[in-house]
Design a protein around this ligand. Structure first.
Ligand code: NI
Length: 183
């Protein structure tokens, strides 16, 4: 099932998300729907709050950001906990399905170590770097109620005010389904 993506201004995007219990109903179907919704909108990551759920779940697919086959990952992360962010931060222009048509440079650490559960609630601890680390950091922010525009300078943020207001009112054209808080 393809969900509409919640737009900037929706209060769910500002929630610190709750842990997911092992008896959460139909979690596998939900994860499949999140992959489907991400693929349909050509995203490289999607977090549960972006479809209106304040739970600690996100999916990523960073394979398209690498040239070589077998690089990047397509994975679901449940109850992720960031353990470490290390190595020199680097800048890259990020976007977000909830904030269409806005792209800004964001500094992020080059390497991360995190703990997470898979679809079967098995715990993993793993290190990621490069674009995969960046995508995970962006999605991890979402389950903490943080958006990429929170990382840019107050001046740049002020310059985006009008555009952000338009997004929350749905005064924007996008080629995937969205749900706007003020329309
Ligand atoms: Ni995003």
């Amino acid at each position: 099932m393809i969900f509409p993506i919640r737009a900037f201004g929706d209060p769910v995007l500002r929630k610190k998300c709750d842990s997911i219990p092992t008896d959460y109903p139909d979690l596998k179907e939900l994860i499949n729907s999140m992959y489907e919704t991400m693929d349909e909108s050509n995203g490289v990551g999607l977090a549960a709050p972006q479809i209106g759920l304040d739970i600690r779940l996100f999916v990523i697919d960073s394979t398209s950001m690498y040239d070589k086959d077998g690089e990047g990952v397509r994975t679901a992360f449940i109850n992720a906990e960031m353990l470490e962010e290390t190595e020199k931060p680097w800048a890259f222009e990020e976007g977000c399905l909830s904030i269409p048509h806005i792209r800004e440079n964001v500094d992020r650490h080059a390497k991360i170590r995190l703990k997470y559960q898979d679809e079967n609630f098995k715990w993993h601890e793993a290190e990621f770097d490069g674009m995969t680390a960046r995508v995970i950091q962006h999605e991890y922010d979402h389950i903490e109620g943080i958006l990429f525009i929170d990382h840019i300078s107050p001046l740049k943020r002020r310059l985006l005010k009008g555009k952000l207001a338009d997004i929350s009112k749905g005064k924007i054209s996008v080629d995937y389904r969205m749900k706007f808080p003020k329309r």
